[in-house]
Each structure stands twice: as C-alpha cells, then as structure tokens.
Ligand binder design. Structure first.
Ligand SMILES: CC(C)(COP(=O)(O)OP(=O)(O)OC[C@H]1O[C@@H](n2cnc3c(N)ncnc32)[C@H](O)[C@@H]1OP(=O)(O)O)[C@@H](O)C(=O)NCCC(=O)NCCS
Length: 196
C-alpha cells in the first residue's frame, strides 16, 4: 500500500461551511467530480501554460504508482466546480521525469531540500478574473502548511515566462524565481520558490 500522506482531516478546512456560503474551497478528486474536472478548460491561448486535466490525472496516477504522494483537488465556488490544482511532495526526485530534472539547473537548488510543489493549477476560462485563482492559491498554501508528508522548507512551482498573470499571482504570495534570466533556454519554464 502506497503511503499517500492523505488523512481525512485534510478535508476539514471548513469545507462544509464554504460549500454553503459561496466561497472558494478545495475538494479531493473522487469518482463523483472527476468527470467535471476533465471537462474544465482554459482559453485557447492559455493551453501552453498548463497540461490538460486528464493528463494531470494520468500524471497523478503515475506518481502514486511509483509511491510518490500527490494531492489533486477540485476548486469549488460554493457547489460549482471552477478549477483544478494539484500538489506533490519531494525530498528526492525519483519520479519518471528524473533524467530531465537531474540535468536541469533548478535541481542544484532543490538537491537535499524538502519541498511541496504546486504542480498543476487552472481556473476554467468561464470563471477566470473573479479572484478565485488567488483564493485557491491561498487555500493550497494553507494545505501545504499542514505539512501532510512532513516538514519542508519550501513550496515551489514553475510557469512559462510569458504567463504574466500566473507570474504576478505567485509573486503576490512571495514566490521568488530561483535563477536569473541567463539560465533559462527557450522553452524552459521558470521555477520559483516560497520559503515556508
Ligand atoms: C492563472 C490563473 C489560475 C489565475 O486564476 P484567476 O481566477 O483568473 O485569477 P484571479 O481572478 O484570482 O486574479 C489574480 C490576479 O491576476 C489578475 N488577472 C487575472 N486575470 C487576468 C487577465 N486576464 N489579465 C490581467 N490580469 C489578470 C487579477 O487582476 C488579479 O490581480 P490582483 O491580485 O492584482 O487583483 C488562471 O488565469 C488560469 O487558469 N490560467 C490558465 C492556466 C495557467 O496559466 N495556470 C498556471 C500555470 S503556471
């Protein structure tokens, strides 16, 4: 049995209250909401910024199959599904993308450190620009700070250099880019970290 670090307590976070009160909250992916999650869409021009949710769920499956914990959530406004966010935990990169990671400059920063990674994040195009993304990121960081897999020094994430909205949103929470512009080649995502 894989230790996923999930505990039922994590669903607490006043979910019931938020469901009733038309507030943003996170709910685990289950057989009841997975169909809705794979139907969420970003705008056409945003497709290169994030993997599709069905692909993200395949990634979640592959991670779990390798024994790596992963935390995929639906983002809800009251009872309405508006987005998807997925986090994971690392203290040593042993996953199926290991080779690419070991060759990256970012790896030098993370080597020997523990961190929670915000791996995928999207708000459906119909619901963007209403403050839901910001609120969901706050809840994701609250979740990370419960340290479900144990203490970690950092939260980390990455984004396309031209994704100005995401870049600004993450910076507003204190995420800082770990490498200067000279390190990135065309097509690379920028990695940023937040000290927890
Ligand atoms: C990035 C994303 C999750 C933000 O979610 P959102 O619900 O639209 O964001 P919010 O409404 O909470 O807005 C957050 C900030 O971005 C700004 N913003 C949102 N959409 C914007 C737009 N189209 N243009 C300019 N600014 C925008 C808001 O004004 C707000 O800024 P403020 O805090 O200074 O007021 C969403 O745009 C998205 O899903 N994008 C496509 C997928 C993606 O890029 N995911 C991230 C991958 S790294």
């Amino acid at each position: 049995m894989v230790d996923t670090c999930w505990e039922d307590d994590h669903k607490a976070m006043d979910v019931e209250v938020r469901k009733e009160m038309k507030q943003i909250h996170l709910e685990k992916v289950t057989e009841d909401n997975v169909g809705g999650i794979v139907r969420l869409r970003v705008a056409k021009e945003q497709k290169s910024f994030v993997a599709s949710n069905d692909w993200s769920l395949i990634d979640a499956y592959l991670s779990l199959a390798e024994g790596k914990p992963v935390f995929p959530f639906g983002i809800y406004y009251g009872k309405t599904l508006v987005g998807f966010i997925m986090m994971d935990y690392g203290d040593d990169w042993t996953g199926y993308e290991r080779e690419a990671w070991l060759n990256s400059e970012d790896y030098k920063f993370f080597e020997g450190k523990k961190y929670y990674y915000v791996w995928r994040f999207m708000i459906d195009k119909k619901y963007q620009g209403r403050g839901y993304g910001k609120e969901a990121m706050k809840l994701a960081l609250d979740f990370i700070r419960t340290f479900p897999c144990g203490k970690a020094e950092y939260s980390a994430l990455s984004y396309e250099p031209e994704n100005e909205v995401a870049k600004k949103l993450y910076a507003s929470f204190g995420f800082k880019e770990i490498l200067g512009p000279g390190y990135y080649e065309e097509g690379d995502e920028i990695t940023a970290v937040l000290k927890l």
